[in-house]
Design a protein around this ligand. Structure first.
Ligand code: AMP
Ligand code: TRP
Length: 333
């Protein structure tokens, strides 16, 4: 039995090194394994849970597809589509929102972070966002969901929703209960300006992240300005636990160079940060610049990108419309 892989990325611009190391790099590996059937979704319905400029949104959808392809996902092997074009996602989200409990959603930390102090002004969509995510996953009988560490709680909720639906309607195994695929190390890349905050698209400071479309000079400058501490480079792994910024930068180096963390710590132990940063910039430039160049090239090929989505939507729709029909029958429509 092939594994069924599903994941989504929001087309909200500024895709960054955290998205790459936490998620997209893993998508590429899964895409390359013939034991897997992969579906990668550009989750535009999720994007509008906070307000979006329509013109920018349309560009960001194409940019996300371009990033998938530039990173190495093969659209002939994997289904790439955008969520809004397969109406079963919205339908299933409504039905599942009648299964999910308020108490479960009230625990979601991402909502609390995103809504901030003024929860009353957050959209209802932002609150029920994880239910739509569950619909995405469950419509495709997904067995494995590769995501960064920040999505772990949403996946647990998805598992709860699947089990409750199966129990409530007495349809054992109708929804597959998916397994999260979260990397053991480097599943949460932190901001370059604050090692206690995750690297994020929405951080107001562009210096806090390496964008996948950055130029070489920007990468070098951002790493030069990245926050560190006044001590020399740590000499053992234990030291990293209290030194967030050092841990993050060493983690990025280890992850991009495919070298174990321990070996990386040893390589730079006791050295100055400035020397390490030169090496770090180099590995980032080597990995990211080819992707950045390819994204920019693909963005000039709008028809190519649109055709990938069109083709992906047809394939996704075949699977999802079949599943939603069965959901209707089970529910009694
Ligand atoms: P998003 O941009 O929020 O749609 O996230 C797309 C994917 O990137 C998800 O699987 C996230 O878990 C992952 N991701 C986002 N930010 C980070 C980060 N700072 N570190 C690791 N993974 C991340
Ligand atoms: N919520 C995810 C994020 O912000 C994106 C997402 C939407 C997703 N639907 C999904 C991820 C289904 C995995 C599976 O990163």
């Amino acid at each position: 039995m092939k594994k069924k892989i599903f994941s989504g990325v929001q087309p909200t611009g500024n895709l960054h090194l955290g998205n790459y190391l936490g998620a997209i790099k893993n998508f590429v590996k899964l895409n390359n394994d013939d034991q897997n059937n992969c579906v990668f979704c550009v989750v535009d319905l999720h994007a509008i849970t906070v307000s979006q400029d329509p013109k920018k949104l349309r560009n960001n959808i194409r940019e996300t597809v371009a990033t998938f392809i530039a990173s190495g996902i093969d659209p002939k092997k994997s289904i790439i589509f955008n969520q809004s074009q397969v109406s079963a996602h919205s339908e299933a989200a409504w039905i599942l929102s009648c299964i999910a409990r308020m108490g479960w959603l009230n625990r979601m930390t991402q909502f609390k972070e995103k809504a901030g102090k003024d929860k009353e002004k957050a959209s209802i969509g932002l609150y029920s966002y994880p239910v739509l995510m569950a619909a995405d996953i469950l419509l495709y009988d997904s067995t494995h969901v590769p995501v960064g560490d920040d999505q772990k709680q949403h996946l647990e909720l998805c598992r709860d929703i699947a089990q409750k639906f199966n129990n409530d309607f007495g349809v054992k195994d109708f929804f597959k209960v998916p397994e999260p695929l979260i990397q053991k190390e480097f599943s949460r890349i932190m901001s370059l300006k604050d090692g206690s905050k995750k690297m994020s698209k929405s951080d107001l400071s562009d210096l806090s992240r390496i964008n996948l479309t950055d130029e070489k000079d920007e990468i070098i400058n951002k790493i030069k300005k990245a926050k560190t501490d006044p001590m020399p480079m740590p000499s053992n792994i234990e030291e990293l636990e209290k030194r967030f910024e050092a841990k993050n930068l060493i983690g990025i180096y280890a992850s991009l160079s495919g070298q174990p963390l321990e070996k990386t710590v040893k390589e730079f132990a006791g050295k100055n940060f400035s020397e390490f940063k030169e090496n770090l910039s180099q590995v980032i430039v080597d990995k990211i610049i080819p992707i950045s160049v390819e994204i920019k090239k693909l963005l000039n090929e709008k028809d190519y990108l649109d055709n990938i989505l069109l083709d992906g939507c047809k394939k996704a729709n075949n699977i999802a419309s079949n599943k939603i029909k069965k959901i209707h029958e089970i529910v009694g429509f």
